[in-house]
Design a protein around this ligand. Structure first.
Ligand code: ADP
Ligand code: MG
Length: 440
């Protein structure tokens, strides 16, 4: 696994265990500097972040890498701008480590509070069918789609709906890492029997983010048997993944064909109207009634996934409350840094710098003549964003990127557009880069 991929997997895994504020503050701005033998070095933008990471999150960080890499590692940090200056510790009150999510169902996520739109209505209908007839209609239900589009919400919604009708049902919500850990632990302690009892007794088994089973042969073997047992007993299974089974590398064919035997559906990024409806629902949940034009303004300032949309809304509501301001379109556009009718202001330097820092490249690499494979995606992304969002001409973009021909730029831009729509990995990178640009 290369560093970029490893860091992605790491972020995805750890995101589930943290509240979104800490995730954004402490993990989003960090990059993986190097990964040699057992030593992993993370590069942080400030001493403050570094101090927090090492005081509060180090055990969690190391455990997460160990899980992903299947070996012991030690993690250290460097501060990017001041790599050779002495490390300045900042006083900070020690907080308890965030608890990892337990396997019980979070009652907050229901089918009732899931907002339905064209990007998710088919998945939602299937979720309802499964909730009313578990184990009979679609088994397994396999939901896939990029990060933050509502897979876990829908899955928990199914679990909660079944539980409401049948409080004694044994519903096992299991992030895939938990299944992997339980499996490894069972082997170590020679207690496979207990593991089987635990998983095969479920009436409903919810496996979240199964893409992490990639390359874990033992885990897949065990899960295959669990799957067969549950299916033969008509116990419902719901599985989520950030990509379709065929796109997950290193998953046994027999598992893929089991998944295909049920119903596989994808969830897309929400469109504008759905984003508005989601914002409306979420602000109502926080007890605030935002006017329609404010909702629209926020929805148009961000075209990414629902998790980010929600994060932005939370920030806005907090600021309004702190400053004791009305949730008017003027106040909100001020927060968003734009006038009500203008899109967010981005400048080209910010775009290029953010891309360099996201991929850990020098500007020279990005704009220079080198033709290494690793430079292709960052360059193409840069061209795409400069063209689509900054509306620069292809000629101008070509010259910003070291004198490249405008046909090269056009080709790259069109290619990226397709990739962002069709390739989950690229879509995720784009969303993260886009977010990085708008937060610097
Ligand atoms: P995923 O599992 O696909 O990464 P989540 O299910 O964790 O995404 O969703 C991220 C956040 O967005 C959650 O807070 C969830 O409640 C919210 N969310 C996503 N889609 C919807 C929707 N259609 N309606 C309401 N909330 C949603
Ligand atoms: Mg999820």
């Amino acid at each position: 696994m290369d560093n970029l991929r490893l860091w992605h997997k790491f972020l995805q895994t750890i995101k589930e265990q943290l509240d979104s504020g800490s995730f954004r503050t402490y993990f989003m701005p960090v990059t993986l500097k190097s990964n040699d033998e057992e030593k992993i070095v993370l590069s942080t933008p400030t001493a403050f972040i570094q101090a927090n990471l090492s005081q509060k999150y180090l055990p969690l960080i190391e455990a997460t890498f160990e899980k992903l890499l299947d070996k012991k590692v030690s993690v250290s940090f460097i501060v990017k701008e001041t790599e050779d200056k002495p490390r300045e510790e900042e006083a900070d009150f020690f907080q308890a480590m965030p608890q990892s999510r337990t396997s019980s169902l979070n009652p907050k996520y229901t089918l009732e509070n899931f907002v339905v739109g064209p990007s998710n209505n088919v998945a939602y209908a299937a979720a309802q069918a499964v909730a009313s007839n578990p184990g009979t209609s679609y088994n397994p239900l396999f939901l896939y789609g990029g990060t933050g589009v509502g897979k876990t919400h829908l899955m928990l919604g199914i679990g909660n709906a079944i539980l409401k009708k049948k409080p004694e049902a044994k519903i096992n919500y299991c992030p895939s890492e938990k299944f992997m850990n339980d499996y490894v632990e069972a082997i170590k302690t020679n207690r496979m029997g207990d593991l089987r009892k635990k998983y095969r007794a479920a009436d409903v088994l919810l496996i979240d983010d199964i893409q992490f089973f990639s390359g874990r042969e033992g885990t897949q073997e065990e899960f295959f048997h669990t799957f067969n047992e549950l299916q033969s007993r008509n116990s419902q299974m719901v599985i989520t993944s950030d990509r379709s089974p065929n796109e997950i590398e290193k998953i046994e064919d027999r598992l893929k064909s089991r998944f295909a035997g049920g119903l596989m559906l994808d969830i897309q990024l929400p469109d504008f109207d759905t984003r508005v409806a989601i914002l409306k629902a979420k602000s109502a949940e926080s007890g605030v009634d935002l006017p329609e034009d404010s909702l629209k303004l926020i929805a148009s300032s961000l075209d990414s996934n629902t998790r980010e949309l929600e994060g932005k809304l939370t920030q806005i509501l907090q600021v309004l409350k702190l400053k004791n301001l009305e949730p008017s379109i003027e106040n909100i556009s001020q927060f968003l840094g734009s006038s009500p009718n203008k899109p967010l202001v981005l400048d080209q330097k910010k775009v290029l710098h953010s891309i360099c820092s996201y991929f850990d490249l020098n500007m020279k690499d990005l704009t220079g003549p080198k033709r290494q494979k690793e430079l292709v995606l960052p360059r193409h992304l840069a061209m795409y964003i400069l063209s689509e969002e900054l509306k620069l001409t292809v000629e101008r973009i070509g010259s910003l990127l070291g004198g490249r021909d405008h046909t090269t730029v056009m080709h790259a831009r069109d290619k990226m557009k397709k990739l962002i729509q069709n390739d989950r990995e690229v879509q995720r990178i784009f969303i993260e880069v886009r977010q990085k640009i708008s937060t610097v």
